[in-house]
Every structure is written in C-alpha cells, then in structure tokens.
Design a protein around this ligand. Structure first.
Ligand SMILES: [Zn+2]
Length: 234
C-alpha cells in the first residue's frame, strides 16, 4: 500500500494548509501518517490557560482530527511550541520517523517561502528536507538501522503553502469534510472559524484557476529520480 507522511510543527497545521490533500490521498487508498513536532502549547491568548492544560486539550483535539482524517498513525516529537530550532537532533529524529514509515510521499512546509514568519514552520520544513536525504543513506545515523528499520528512499516531496507552486491537487471531492476535520481544533478556531473557512476557500478557488477546478491545494512538488538534479520540480 502507498504511504504518505505529513510532518508539521503544530496540531492543526496540516488541517489548515492541506487537509483536503490528506483526505483525498486517504480516499485513494494511501496509508496516512502524521508527525507533529510540538504540542502547540503556546497557542492561546487566554491569560488563565496554562501550557500543560493547553497541551492536554490540543492532544485531544488532534486525536479527534486524526480519527476524522483516517490516520494510520500520529505522533508528537514533544518539543516546546515556539522553541523549535533547526538542529542536527531534529534532523536525526525526523530521519528516524521517515525510516520507520518509509513514505512514498513526504509532505511538509516550504521552508523557502518568502515571509514565512513562524520559526517553527521554517525549522520543520528545513529539517525535513535534510532528513529526506539522510534517511536514504546508511552512513547517516547508522545506529537507527536495526530491527525492521532500514534506509528509506522517499520518491516525492510536496511542500505546502509554497513560495512558488508547480503542482495543484483538485480536492473538490472532499472539500466540505476538510472543514469538519479542521473544526476539531476548537481551541484555535472557536471564534474565527467562519473567517478561516472564507480565507481557505478564497485561496483554494484562486489556486483552482490553474487547473480549472473549483478547489485545489497548491504545492511545490519535487520528484526524485536519477536526474532530479537537472529537473525543475516534476
Ligand atoms: Zn503552525
């Protein structure tokens, strides 16, 4: 069975940026996996909320969204929200997860997006791109290669919310369901859901003009083959 691995910084990143893609791949028979690097434990304006309580709430919300997405697995790396930095440790931990799942498609942030203002998003995108490389070569983190964990050659990367898209996925068939799933993240969207739905819909329609379909999600798609150094994207 084909597998897709989404790697995000916070609970709700995937549901906000490309929830339709997760649902569509699932409907096409993919096994879907998610790795979330932080618990999103600073995501509140409520001065009475504690980080521990928010962490607990967001774990529950992610559990519900993951169930609706039909995920085969989801896991937190348990870094603190807002404190994620690009590091060899982060690359190593993401490498291990890529080797465990060995996805056909790896989906994460575009770290090269101009004006990507969240440092967690930049760190995850960059570390994931580097982990893709180390995952396929045995001299990177050789201690990971034991039991049923082996090197893994990812075939494609899809960078969401891209600086410059070159691939548009028609997600019209799952459009309404993507918002049911997003609504599971109630702590983040309780008072702004209508606004968020409008923004995502506008963006999808604008992006859809590239494929003349009503709703699409855009990516920078990089396919890896012998000649990928010479190819522009696909
Ligand atoms: Zn985020």
């Amino acid at each position: 069975m084909s597998r897709a691995l989404f790697i995000s910084a916070h609970p709700d990143d995937i549901e906000l940026a490309c929830g339709g893609t997760a649902l569509l791949l699932k409907s096409k028979g993919y096994d879907i996996h998610l790795l979330i690097c932080t618990h999103g434990d600073k995501g509140t304006h409520d001065r009475t909320m504690t980080a521990d309580e928010l962490m607990r709430i967001r774990e529950l919300e992610q559990g519900e969204a993951s169930r609706m997405m039909g995920l085969s697995s989801y896991q937190f790396l348990e870094y603190m929200d807002g404190e994620l930095i690009y590091s060899k440790e982060l690359v190593e931990r993401i490498t291990l997860h890529i080797r465990r799942i060995c996805p056909d498609i790896l989906i994460t942030f575009d770290p090269f997006k101009r004006y990507q203002l969240h440092s967690d998003h930049r760190a995850v995108g960059l570390a994931t791109l580097d982990a893709r490389l180390s995952a396929k070569m045995p001299l990177y983190y050789p201690g990971q290669l034991k039991g049923n964990i082996d090197i893994c050659e990812v075939k494609e990367i899809w960078l969401f919310d891209p600086d410059e898209a070159n691939f548009w996925l028609d997600v019209s068939s799952v459009w309404n369901r993507r918002f049911d799933m997003l609504a599971a993240h109630n702590s983040q969207l309780e008072n702004i859901m209508d606004e968020v739905v409008n923004v995502i819909t506008m963006k999808a329609k604008k992006s859809g003009k590239k494929k003349e379909s009503p709703y699409t999600e855009a990516f920078r798609r990089i396919s890896f083959n012998r000649f990928y150094f010479y190819a522009d994207g696909i």
